[in-house]
Design a protein around this ligand. Structure first.
Ligand code: FEO
Length: 394
């Protein structure tokens, strides 16, 4: 990749992992980037590193600009190994560099890499003069690790936001206006849904602090750099973190012998009749991180499963565990499915949705063996009623 400058003396030196398709269980059909930035001012600063296998690539990019031995500061905004994995290799070359991070970050680096580097621990309000500009540190604890932090460069007014505002997408162009905005916002939403959704309240709290900064560019540690659509991405974060939703329902189901699937299709027809948008997923052939993206802006979640051994199918059980971790705010949910004799999946799904912070308002719909014509009509009516609830929900 050719050298890319964000502004004079500020370089992209990260790595583009075009072929990664699974990021700890999150599907990445467009690959992943690990963004790292080099600031050459009176002091030389490296903002974040890259995943360990790409250390050589990072060092090569830095070396084309400056001798890595001249680096004064390595800013560790976040210790998760996709960003700090190359730290030991960088520090072997950057022998005089201080490692700048939060106290949580310091503890995590020592634990991960077993080294006491020359640490400079920072807290909210701290800044570091580097010449023409200065670095202001904005710790963002639990957005999404205890150590998480953003760094703001004054003068050029660039926010190095680490995971926040990131997207898993590989492109040969580094800026938002050089790429397809629709794709970028989709990937930013998928990223938010799968990584940041559980921290919505903290993000809502942190956003005003970030918005007081005169941001000209947001340079995250994944994906493209925002310079032309800053208001759009910040607006989306504001919407997602507040739990604002649109008239949309996500139906996810799995079916042993087709009965639950037939119910799901008639429920879909009923919701569609009300004009509410529906996304429809059979869990056996769907991927959970895509479903999480669909849930992000949806107002309703309908989960269907056949009953097996008094509970839902294992594929649905896995999804419910995932959703419970994400805690999607401000949604209405319900359960449905077919059973043979004892039943049990509806109750288990309702309990899991309640534990996921979803409001389970209506009692769900369970039918024995295979739905007949009259029962399929009940499924349609169930869909209509659920769609009406979605329209009335405030
Ligand atoms: Fe991209 Fe939380 O690491």
């Amino acid at each position: 990749m050719h050298e890319v400058q964000l502004a004079k003396g500020i370089y992209y030196v990260g790595a583009v992992d075009w072929n990664l398709r699974d990021f700890h269980g999150y599907s990445t059909p467009r690959g992943v980037t690990y963004n790292s930035y080099l600031i050459v001012d009176e002091k030389i600063c490296l903002i974040d590193t890259v995943k360990a296998p790409f250390a050589g690539e990072l060092l090569e990019r830095v070396s084309r600009i400056v001798d890595p031995g001249r680096i004064d500061y390595v800013i560790v905004n976040h210790v998760e190994p996709d960003h700090s994995g190359s730290l030991p290799m960088i520090m072997e070359k950057a022998t005089k560099a201080k490692v700048v991070l939060t106290e949580h970050g310091r503890k995590e680096v020592v634990k991960y890499y077993g080294k006491e580097y020359d640490f400079q621990v920072v807290k909210s309000g701290d800044s570091l003069d580097i010449g023409k500009g200065s670095l202001q540190f904005i710790p963002l604890p639990m957005v999404h690790w205890p150590d998480s932090m953003a760094t703001f460069l004054t003068g050029e007014n660039i926010l190095f936001s680490n995971d926040a505002f990131g997207q898993h997408i590989c492109t040969s162009k580094r800026f938002d206006d050089e790429n397809n905005l629709h794709e970028l916002l989709y990937e930013a939403g998928k990223y938010y849904a799968n990584i940041l959704m559980p921290f919505g309240k903290l993000i809502t709290k942190a956003l005003p602090q970030v918005l007081t900064l005169p941001i000209k560019m947001i340079a995250p540690s994944h994906g493209i750099i925002w310079r032309s659509h800053i208001n759009e991405i910040i607006g989306k974060y504001s919407q997602w973190s507040s739990g604002d939703s649109i008239e949309k329902v996500v139906i996810v189901y799995d079916s042993m012998w087709g009965s639950t699937e037939a119910m799901a299709r008639r429920i879909l027809d009923g919701i569609a009749e009300t004009g509410v948008d529906v996304k429809f997923y059979k869990m056996a052939t769907s991927e959970r991180s895509e479903i999480a993206e669909a849930i992000l802006e949806a107002r309703g979640i309908l989960i269907g499963s056949s009953t097996i051994n008094n509970g839902p199918l294992a594929t649905i059980g896995g999804l419910l565990t995932y959703i419970k971790g994400l805690r999607p705010a401000g949604k209405i949910g319900a359960a449905f499915g077919a059973y043979g004799w004892g039943g049990g999946s509806q109750k288990a799904i309702e309990e899991a949705l309640t534990q996921s912070a979803v409001t389970v308002e209506s009692s769900g719909l369970s039918l024995q063996w295979k739905a007949d014509r009259e029962e399929l009509d009940r499924c349609f009516d169930f869909g209509v009623q659920f769609g009406q609830k979605i329209k009335q929900w405030k």
